[in-house]
Design a protein around this ligand. Structure first.
Ligand code: ATR
Length: 262
């Protein structure tokens, strides 16, 4: 029987993980089975246990369970510990292992665009879980300075205070959306504004050379403003593919090429 994989979330119908993993498997000559698994909001742990009891090999975790998945694991990667969230699970010697591939997915998506991360200065807008998950991989990829800007300044300040020790080789700082100014190599929208259809206003004093929107398939006022400034832009489909490739690599030991799938 081929290996069994699943993506677990609530809702789950929209997930593109099964089609991505099947496409990777085809390309790499591997046979696998990958399904969507809807867990009740109060039934995540039972659903995970059931999946691995039935000899499941690996699971991806999506909204709203990534933080809960983190608390279930007995073995965690460094990047998952820093993210405090897990999107990739597997069982080894009876222990539940957790990793977080979202940040590496973003790094590889940006590198596939040929935007330079080495010694780069970045602005990340948003200070929620999406931002927390990408700081460490971005710094490991060579980013030297990150400003985290948030509507609620205190959340950005807390995130900087919490993460600075984990990335001593980079300089983190916080600011409010109104204070935003200066020149950045890349600005990343990690807010949920596009998901909820809200506008985000970028001040004139803010300058940047590239703009990355983590959301995809959504109207984005952030990307509209970046395009009006004629800088290269990207929406987040590459990040989605990148995190899936990294999970596929953890489970199967072979790594598909991102550029073949975007
Ligand atoms: P996620 O896990 O996706 O990061 P989250 O933890 O709820 O979700 O964080 C959402 C982020 O989007 C926050 O930084 C939020 O700003 P606040 O901390 O001020 O709430 C930001 N956000 C959501 N809607 C926004 C909007 N309309 N304008 C600006 N920022 C917004």
């Amino acid at each position: 029987m081929s290996k069994q994989f699943a993506v677990i979330g609530n809702p789950i119908e929209h997930s593109r993980s099964p089609e991505l993993h099947q496409a990777f498997a085809k390309k790499m000559g591997i046979e696998l089975n990958y399904v969507k698994r809807l867990a009740p909001l109060d039934g995540f742990e039972a659903s995970v246990q059931d999946f691995f009891a039935q000899n499941g090999t690996g699971m991806n975790v999506t909204v709203p369970f990534k933080e809960q998945a983190f608390t279930l694991c007995t073995e965690l990667s460094e990047r998952a510990k820093i993210a405090k969230a897990v999107n990739t699970l597997w069982m080894q010697n009876g222990k539940l292992h957790g990793d977080n591939t979202d940040g590496q997915g973003l790094v590889e998506a940006i590198q596939a665009l040929d935007w330079n991360l080495s010694n780069a200065t970045l602005l990340i807008i948003g200070a929620g879980g999406a931002t927390r998950g990408v700081i460490y991989p971005l710094v490991k990829a060579g980013v030297k300075k990150i400003v985290i800007a948030n509507r609620t300044l205190i959340r950005a300040e807390q995130l900087v205070a919490d993460l600075q020790n984990s990335v001593p080789e980079a300089e983190l700082s916080a600011c409010s959306l109104e204070q935003l100014q200066g020149n950045f190599d890349i600005v990343i929208n990690a807010t949920s504004a596009s998901l909820s259809g809200d506008a985000l206003v970028l001040p004139e004093a803010l300058q940047f050379n590239h703009a990355y929107e983590m959301a995809y398939d959504k109207p984005s006022s952030f990307l509209d403003q970046a395009k009006a400034r004629h800088v290269p832009t990207s929406e987040g489909f590459g990040m989605l593919v990148g995190q899936a490739i990294e999970a596929f690599y953890l489970w199967n030991g072979v790594k598909p090429n991102l550029k073949d799938f975007i």
